[in-house]
Design a protein around this ligand. Sequence first.
Ligand SMILES: Cc1ncc(COP(=O)(O)O)c(C=O)c1O
Length: 497
Amino acid sequence: MTVGIEQTEERGPLHVQIASSLRSQIERGELTGGQRLPTTRDLAKDLGVSRTTVVRAYEQLAREGWVEGRVGMGTVVRRGPSAPREDRINWNLLLTPRIQEPDSEYRQVLRMLSQTDLLSFAGGLPSPEFFPGDAFQQLADGVLRQQGSRLLQWCPIEGYPPLRSWIADRLGCVMETVMVLSGSTQGIHLLTQAFLEPGDTVLVEAPTYAGAIQAFRGAGARIVSIPSGADGIDLDRLGAVLDRVRAKFLYVIPTYHNPTGGCLPVAKREALLALAARHGLPVVEDDPYSMLRYDGPQLPTLYSLDRDGCVIYLSTFSKSVFPGLRIGWLAAPRKLLPRLVSLRNVIDLFTNSLAQGSLYEFCKRGMFDAHLQRVCNEYRERRDAMAVALRRYAPDVSFDVPHGGLFIWARIPGEVDAHRLLEEAIDLHLAFITGSLFYPESEGRDRIRLSFACHPPDTIADGMRRLGLALQRSLSSERALSADAKTREAAIPHVVV
Ligand SMILES: Cc1ncc(COP(=O)(O)O)c(C=O)c1O
């Protein structure tokens, strides 16, 4: 049989485009469960591509669960959960423009990372081996026994008062300015809802947290980016932008930035606040990583330095304890907090009170500080292991060693595209995140983000060895790829069934 391969929005190499086209046909029901795909030899011939390209496309579809290899039958479309249901509603006509299709690059990377047998340095997550699960089980038991009826009932929107007060003490503010959140993502969402209408301008660093870009983009905001590096946001550029642009707020990650690992020095923090006060600019300080400090000085938060009520502060227990808690917090100027509280009222009322109660016990009994000390010691060792292994196995890669957080932000040689490198890496069962996901504009193709938290030092060394290999392969295939072959790869022939 023959199948048609059409152009899709999928970019990237030929096998990815072929896989994408076949996937769309399975999703639309044009290729059905049990149906045999052409042999790799036949399809390669039809399309005028190499057989390896088709084999790689089929392998990708098999990894994603769309097709399977059957003895004596070749490659067959899988029956069952991947088979589409008939969808009579045109959702696109009903959904608001805010609910966009996730952008295809993001989808493509997520799909690539969905393979299960990868040695992954992709996630911005703490390591599960240190999760204090047993402690939480006991604390939750005790909390339920002692204050079950109170705690399982209604909880104030602003948060379980003892936890709120503990957070305020840590932050050096009064509890009336603090709201416990269901993760700091909820804070980004609340602020987006509260401030941004389509067409409003929001300022961000470039690069910045991909989740924030998505939230602001989803609100239809105009995102203006200001370069940010090892010592944080470029204040000259920010000043120049503020002279001509009226923005609703600036979103920054001043300490152990995601993805750069960079830190805004104290003098720049003061200067940023002065600039914000002069321009009447609210500053959203997102601070999930400052607790994960391995060396270097402890830096004051923008929030603690702010004398003009410009800073709205967000943080979370997701990185320091575990993300499944879904507990973060926000500290906002007094006049703003009640407005955010009433907005929260129509979203989810309050954060899971059993989790808040257990977390409070964890904090009050000193277990949080002990846990933090332990994970910082482990992550410091892992960071160092990654830095050493990168220098050894991938000397062409340049990077700064971060003083805290979870990430090494690496620059790869200019002639290699990070997406191509990721493909080579996935062939070697290795994963990381490509840099472009952290930019609102198309930048960052020479960057990758490596998270060092989730593997012990020897596994990290093995991962960086594979990265070095993937880089060598990418470099040599870039060099070998003639202009002629590039042109041939760009156009997929259309084969009619
Ligand atoms: C900068 C930044 N903000 C917010 C979040 C989300 O944290 P939470 O799990 O509390 O929603 C992350 C997680 O990766 C992050 O890196």
